[in-house]
Design a protein around this ligand. Structure first.
Ligand SMILES: *Cc1c(COP(=O)(O)O)cnc(C)c1O
Length: 388
């Protein structure tokens, strides 16, 4: 373990917290029942455990347990929300609004709906990564059925003004979906106060296991209709069939419970680490911060580095730190990050950028080591460049 690079990629995924793992383990073995089995204790104890996570998630976002639909993660939750609304409401209207900096799990379902004839408006963002509410208002039409704006960005950590967007949508009877994969357990979320109708969640960005997530689906004021995307046994009130993955669900609940209990102290500590890293890196000239300086996730620092080649920078950092660079990680072809270019970065600057995702298990010593190595790498690359 010790000579592996320092993990600073918490927006990609996080390790399972030991306390989460301990809570999950009995549900693989002695408590292995199917929560849908209603005739015996094996089923009952699994159902009770699933119920407990529903209650924890609901309380975390000010919803009710019946409004939580478990999915395999935020990708599936986003697909269910967007395609589910499109299919259920297409007679009301066929226009959807989203944002250029959304995750591909939002943009791609929208692109898909476009091929079916839906009108999709993709809002730009301001230079700080935040949407312009006036632009959003201008984009709303009578046939708009859905607005999808993420809570916290996975690349630049920027937080969108959910309450203002929610109010705008509610006043016009438009469904508001938010992808809160990066936000749950990290920032306050309140589906009532923020007028959120659908919210995508995932466990593995908050020290739970991969392969489990949830979609919050509003049941009253108004009741949101969704066309299921997986048909079968009618689980999750018909919205998402498939046997529930009890151990992962138990861990999801535990992970969110821990995150909420420790949020204040953890956010303070992560902010201090981020500031410590930024203070050192910003000593160099030509380093620029991507995204709003304060309206962002505590653990996120995203920088562009002028005067270096993106691929060389990424290679140079690799032995010491596990970070993400500014190319689109999800596709086979290398393309610059659509988020960074949406902020106005040139393609070259977007490539030469680094996302530091600081997490629960990072230490001050690690941050100092990372800063030192990053500075040395950038200086050496710039020197080489002037020599050729
Ligand atoms: C990670 C992430 C997703 C995808 O979540 P999975 O649970 O891995 O499918 C979607 N949206 C955002 C903003 C994310 O950060």
């Amino acid at each position: 373990m010790s000579n592996r690079p320092i993990y600073l990629d918490s927006h990609a995924t996080t390790p399972v917290d030991e306390r989460v793992l301990a809570a999950m383990l009995p549900y693989f073995t002695e408590k292995f029942g199917n929560p849908a089995s209603i005739n015996h204790v094996y089923g009952w104890e699994a159902e009770a455990a699933v119920r407990q996570t529903r209650e924890i998630l609901a309380a975390a976002i000010n919803a009710t347990p019946e409004e939580i639909v478990f999915t395999s993660g935020a990708t599936e939750a986003n697909n269910l929300a967007i395609k589910g609304v499109a299919e259920a409401y297409f007679k009301k209207g066929q226009h959807i609004i989203t944002v250029a900096t959304e995750h591909k799990a939002v943009l791609d379902p929208c692109e898909y709906l476009k091929t079916l004839g839906f009108g999709i408006t993709i809002l730009p963002v301001q230079q700080d990564g935040i949407i312009d509410l006036i632009e959003l208002e201008k984009a709303l039409r009578s046939e708009t059925i859905l607005v999808s704006v993420m809570a916290a960005n996975n690349e630049i950590g920027v937080l969108q003004p959910l309450a203002e967007i929610g109010e705008m949508c509610r006043n016009r009877n438009i469904i508001f979906h938010t992808d809160a994969a990066q936000a749950i357990g990290k920032i306050p979320l309140d589906v009532q106060a923020m007028n959120i109708d659908l919210m995508s969640l995932t466990a593995h960005k908050v020290y739970g296991a991969k392969g489990i997530g949830a979609l919050y689906v509003r049941r009253r004021n108004p009741r949101v209709q969704l066309a299921p995307q997986l048909h079968g046994g009618g689980h999750e009130r018909g919205m998402r069939s498939g046997t529930l993955y009890t151990p992962q669900i138990v861990g999801f609940g535990k992970a969110v419970e821990i995150a909420l209990a420790e949020r204040a102290t953890e956010n303070l500590r992560l902010t201090q680490l981020r500031e410590r890293l930024w203070l050192q890196l910003s000593q160099l000239a030509g380093i620029h911060l991507n995204g709003h300086p304060t309206q962002r996730l505590a653990g996120n620092l995203n920088i562009s580095v002028a005067g270096v080649d993106g691929a060389a920078l990424s290679l140079g950092l690799q032995p010491v730190m596990a970070v993400s660079s500014g190319s689109a990680c999800s596709s086979a072809v290398t393309a610059p990050s659509h988020v960074l270019t949406a902020l106005g970065n040139s393609e070259q600057l977007a490539y030469a950028s680094v996302r530091f995702g600081i997490g629960r298990f990072n230490t001050t010593e690690e941050i100092d080591l990372v800063a030192k190595h990053a500075i040395a790498t950038i200086q050496s690359l710039r020197k080489q460049k002037t020599l050729v």
